[in-house]
Structures are given as structure tokens and as C-alpha cells.
Design a protein around this ligand. Structure first.
Ligand code: NAD
Length: 508
């Protein structure tokens, strides 16, 4: 049984002046064309603390008209060259300034993220917000390194005495809609905004309706950093209304989407009208493979972190454990011990190791998945409890002895729920690991260099960690095989998502 703190409001007020001042301001609004606005209607959405149900703030529920205004503002900025014609070194300076402002306001942002999303303060403070700043710094560096190539074609039919001079140039793709999920808001914004801004695009950011507060605060910092009006617009509202309007808008050139595979399919459908470019970072069901010779202290701690970090609300969470038969029982005992010891509570309390899930609706879905696993014959090694004022807390849960056809093994749960199975040999575990419609990430834990690389080469996933899980860096591309997505974010190639290549072929 996990250690459960009393979930109340005592001691969970934000400590930073910045977070308190932000929450006190009644007028949370959207950023369109450099102006803060409530949009065309009086409709508002409410942000609540998922741990306590406490009201935090309201923010605009945008209409399709607001989406049109934001797209028009982004288009006008682009056509006027207000951002894309700024010399790359200056763009880089402004992006670096955004990173500095994130650093400067890190405690405030971490508190806002915890209140709005539920995550333990340390997750935002030490991992996600530094990660967001790192994205802006990395892609600030890329802004000055966007280059075409000179090419010598083999065309031999040019007029006598002439030759062919050919080269490529890179140009921003134009107006980008960035649509993001609620699990790690700030880093998701950064993973899209940073490469898009480096490329010279104008962006409309649509944060998840569950967690829009830090998008609004980031917008203020972006303005302060000197990003011109219209280059970044922030529109808050519902996915099926605002997100869908962006995805189908004829004047949006590209959608950069992170979210569920189901919504990814809807985005593709909506985007087909003007065949806009689409990148999709979708769901996952990532295997964690422990071989008999693994360093078990590292592997067990790593496997626990892979599923319990951010309460399992991580696209690359290690949600399927495969431990080789000689170590299976030992690994499960140790994981159950770790899960059972974890301190659950409000994310602002320093002792909290796991916060609530993002909403009552999501927690109900996760609880139903646990129930379905038990009904299908999994055995509960620890966890399975739901509690808290909104029933948003779910204790770290191990479902043991699962079969490959169970729903809990096939479908993404996106909560602190680990399915566990044993295997005998390497071929068997490669088949088990690959038996998924997802292909986002995996980890392999072994002291054998050759086993690690042999398995890695056969896993159909966009990332494989060896003797680690959840290692991120802006330099490391991330994205999925199979139904986990299209394209990659982070890494040098990510900026290409926001660029067109123009081929110039001249007879001179
Ligand atoms: P979601 O798909 O429900 O929502 C994501 C975003 O899409 C939100 O902003 C939402 O408002 C918007 N949206 C919803 N319906 C829409 C529509 N019809 N048209 C356009 N936009 C729409 O996902 P979620 O529940 O917020 O996030 C959890 C999911 O995100 C999980 O599946 C997780 O694996 C995935 N995720 C993937 C990555 C990755 O990098 N691959 C990272 C984080 C999260």
C-alpha cells in the first residue's frame, strides 16, 4: 500500500510571488496578433487543481472566429516578414532570451504547472522546465545553421557554352498550428515552438484544455523576450472545436501535433483539405526488457521510474515489463516494494513522489483499465487503489502474469500501471516487445553489450534506451514507429519539419 498523505489544501499555496500574482489576475486571456484578448465570445473554461478540485483560474474558450483571427495574425506576420525576415542571429538571440526568462521564472512556472497538472514540483522544477529552456537554447543554435546545398546535376542538354548551376535553399513552411497534450505542458510547447521559431515560422499554439495556464504565462515571457506580434499566438479552448478548426484551416500550412493516436487520426482527416504538412507524436506502450544478467539495482530502480514518473502520464512510459524467468519474481517483489513505499500527495508538498492524475475523467479511465486487467486474469501485486477528493490519485500498480492479448497489455493506459510478464529467451522477448501497434520507445537492461545491441536492432521503436529509460535531450530525436506517429521532434532533423526545400536550377 502506497503512503498516502492527507489530500487537503493546507500547505499547498504557491510560495512564489509570480505564481500568486498570476493566479490573482482575473483576466487570463489569449495572445492573438500581439494583443491579449478574451476573444469574440464571453465563454470561459475553468482550470482546477486536480489534487483538490480547488478553482485556480478561468481562461477563454475560443471560438472558430478566434481561430480565424489567430491564423490571420500569424499569416500577416509571415507575409510581412516580421519574424521570418529577422536575421537568424537575431532570431537566435530572442530565442535564447526566452530560455533565460524560463530559467528566471522557473520556480513560479513549476508551481503553476503543479497546481494545474498535478505533477510533483520537482518534476517541473528539475526536469521539464529546464528541458523546455534547453529546447529553446538548442534550436536557437540551429537558427544560424539552416543551409541549402550546391548541387552539380548531370544534365547534359543545356545550350552550347552554358552550364547548369543548381542549389537548394531552405524556407520556413509558413503558418504552423501546434497542438499539445496535458501531460508535460511546458516542454511540449517548447518542443514545437523552438524549432518552428528557429525556422522562421509563425505559430498558433493550442494547449490542452486541462492545462492551459503555463501556455498563457509562457506567452507573456515570449512577448517580453521580443518575439514580434503574430509570430506566436496562443489560443485556448476545446480540442474538438479549436484544435479541429486549426487542423482543417485552409491557411495553416502545417500541424505539429502531440497527443493520442485517436486524435492523431482525426487531425490527419482534417488536414487533408489543403494537404497541410503534419507531424504526429502519438501514444506508446513501451516495453522494458530485463535480462537475467542485468544490474538489478539499476534495472529495478530504472523500471520503477520508467512507469511511476509523472504518474505514468508520459508517452514513452515503460508500461510493459518483461523480466527473464530467473529474475522475474525478484524484480516484481522489488518493484512492489518501491511502489508500496511511494509517497502520494499534493505536488506542492516537498515529500510527494507522485501526484494525482490530471483529471477525474482520466483517473476513471485508468481505474477501469486496472479493473479490466484483473477481470482478464492479471494478478495484482500492489496498488489498484483510487482516492482523493476527486478520486484522481491512483496508487502505483503492478499487474503481474499478464498475457499478450489482454487489453491492459495492448492499449495505452497513461497512468501508474505496469503490466509484468516473464520470458525465457531473447527471441521470445523481441516478439513480445514488438507485438504492439505502438512503436515509440523501449529499454533493454543487460550487462551484455552484444545482447543489448542485438535486441536493440530488432526492436521496432523510435528510441531504445540501454540500461536507462526516460533520458531526454534536445539533441536526441524522439518519435514513433508504427502508430506512435509520423516524424521526429528534437535533434537537428526536427527543424526540417518546419522548412520547405526550394531547388534552384539555373543555366548560366
Ligand atoms: P488528446 O489527443 O486527447 O489531446 C491532445 C491535444 O489535441 C489537446 O490539445 C486537445 O485539445 C486536442 N484535440 C482533441 N481533439 C482534437 C481534434 N479533434 N482536433 C484537433 N485537436 C484535438 O491527448 P491527451 O489526452 O491530451 O494526451 C495524452 C496522449 O498524448 C497520450 O496518448 C500520450 O501518449 C500522447 N503523448 C505523446 C507524446 C509523444 O511525444 N509521442 C508526448 C506526450 C503525450
Amino acid at each position: 500500500m502506497a503512503l498516502i498523505q492527507k489530500i487537503d489544501r493546507s500547505g499547498v499555496e504557491p510560495r512564489t510571488d509570480g505564481a500568486r500574482a498570476f493566479l490573482k489576475r482575473a483576466d487570463k486571456s489569449m495572445l492573438i496578433g500581439g494583443e491579449w484578448t478574451n476573444g469574440r465570445s464571453a465563454r470561459r473554461l475553468e482550470s482546477i487543481d486536480p489534487a483538490t478540485g480547488q478553482h485556480l483560474a478561468t481562461f477563454p474558450q475560443a471560438t472558430v472566429g478566434d481561430v480565424n483571427d489567430a491564423v490571420a495574425a500569424a499569416r500577416a506576420c509571415h507575409e510581412a516578414g516580421a519574424w521570418c525576415s529577422v536575421v537568424p542571429a537575431r532570431r537566435a538571440e530572442i530565442m535564447w532570451k526566452i530560455a533565460e526568462l524560463l530559467d528566471l521564472h522557473i520556480d513560479e512556472l513549476a508551481e503553476l504547472e503543479t497546481l494545474d497538472q498535478g505533477k510533483p514540483l520537482a518534476v517541473g522544477r528539475w526536469a521539464e522546465i529546464p528541458g523546455a529552456a534547453a529546447q529553446f537554447r538548442y534550436f536557437a543554435g540551429m537558427a544560424t545553421k539552416i543551409e541549402g546545398r550546391t548541387i552539380t546535376p548531370s544534365i547534359d542538354y543545356q545550350p552550347e557554352g552554358k552550364r547548369v548551376h543548381a542549389y537548394t535553399t531552405k524556407e520556413p513552411v509558413g503558418v504552423v498550428a501546434a497542438i499539445t497534450p496535458w501531460n508535460s505542458p511546458l516542454i511540449m510547447y517548447a518542443m514545437k515552438l523552438a524549432p518552428a521559431l528557429a525556422a522562421g515560422c509563425s505559430v498558433i499554439l493550442k494547449p490542452a484544455e486541462e492545462t492551459s495556464l503555463t501556455a498563457i504565462r509562457l506567452g507573456e515571457l515570449i512577448v517580453e523576450a521580443g518575439v514580434p506580434a503574430g509570430a506566436v499566438n496562443i489560443v485556448t479552448g476545446l480540442g474538438e472545436e479549436v484544435g479541429a478548426a486549426l487542423a482543417r484551416h485552409p491557411d495553416v500550412d502545417k500541424v505539429a501535433f502531440t497527443g493520442s493516436t485517436e486524435t492523431g487520426r482525426a487531425i490527419l482527416d482534417a488536414a487533408k483539405g489543403n494537404l497541410k504538412k503534419v507531424t504526429l507524436e502519438l501514444g506508446g506502450k513501451s516495453p522494458v526488457i530485463l535480462l537475467n544478467d542485468a544490474n538489478l539495482d539499476l534495472a529495478v530502480a530504472g523500471a520503477a521510474n520508467a512507469i511511476f514518473f509523472n504518474a505514468g502520464q508520459v508517452c514513452v512510459a515503460g508500461s510493459r515489463l518483461y523480466a527473464q524467468d530467473a529474475i522475474y519474481d525478484y524484480v516484481l517483489d522489488r518493484l512492489a516494494e518501491i511502489g508500496g513505499r511511494m509517497v502520494l500527495g499534493h505536488g506542492l508538498k516537498p515529500e510527494t513522489e507522485m501526484g494525482p492524475l490530471v483529471s477525474a475523467q482520466h483517473a476513471t479511465r485508468v481505474a477501469a483499465m486496472i479493473k479490466s486487467g484483473l477481470e482478464e486474469g492479471a494478478s495484482l501485486r500492489t496498488g489498484g487503489d483510487t482516492f482523493g477528493p476527486l478520486e484522481t490519485f491512483i496508487s502505483p500498480t503492478l499487474l503481474a502474469d499478464v498475457g499478450p492479448d489482454m487489453k491492459v497489455v495492448r492499449e495505452e493506459i497513461f497512468g501508474p500501471v505496469l503490466t509484468c510478464a516473464s520470458f525465457q529467451d531473447v527471441d521470445e522477448v523481441i516478439d513480445l516487445a514488438n507485438a504492439s501497434s505502438y512503436g515509440l520507445a523501449a529499454s533493454v537492461w543487460t550487462e551484455s553489450l552484444s545482447a543489448a545491441h542485438l535486441i536493440t536492432s530488432q526492436l521496432r521503436t523510435g528510441t531504445v534506451w540501454i540500461n536507462s529509460h526516460l533520458m531526454f535531450d534536445p539533441s536526441l530525436p524522439i518519435g514513433g514507429y508504427k502508430q506512435s506517429g509520423w516524424g521526429r521532434e528534437s535533434g537537428q532533423m526536427a527543424v526540417e519539419n518546419y522548412l520547405e526545400t526550394k531547388t534552384v536550377c539555373a543555366v548560366v
